[in-house]
Design a protein around this ligand. Structure first.
Ligand code: 5GP
Ligand code: ZN
Length: 112
């Protein structure tokens, strides 16, 4: 097992408030929300950064967007939300397991 905190959430070793889970994807609420609605959608496959995505991952990364949109709709922000991927430390990436931030709700714009 590696040291990745999101791999540990996937493995159930660290608790998280999950919104969605299937064989490929997990979504959970961000522990430190920057907007009224702020959750993360991640692949179960450990991919460190957006720049590490390979052609074989195209269906998986596409699925992140589809599930993110579905969940945004279920949480009442389906028409207005922001999608953020950070790539690299200087961009603000703190967890090196690919994750899509979804931010929405009252008080936009949602800064990160
Ligand atoms: P980054 O800055 O890497 O793009 O975003 C990482 C995000 O993960 C941050 O918004 C942070 O609040 C969230 N985060 C970090 N550790 C945990 C955790 O253990 N549980 C949950 N639910 N979110 C986390
Ligand atoms: Zn990981």
């Amino acid at each position: 097992m590696n040291d990745c905190i999101f791999c540990k959430i996937i493995a159930g070793e660290i608790p998280a408030k999950k919104l969605y889970e299937d064989d490929d994807v997990l979504a959970f609420w961000d522990i430190s929300p920057k907007a009224p609605v702020h959750f993360l959608v991640i692949p179960k496959k450990h991919i460190p950064r957006p720049v590490d995505v390979k052609e074989d991952d195209d269906p998986l990364t596409g699925k992140l967007f589809r599930i993110g949109a579905q969940l945004a709709g279920e949480k009442g922000v389906g028409d207005d939300y922001r999608v953020i991927f950070n790539n690299g430390e200087k961009s603000g990436q703190e967890v090196f397991h690919l994750h899509m931030h979804i931010l929405g709700g009252k008080g936009k714009p949602w800064a990160m």
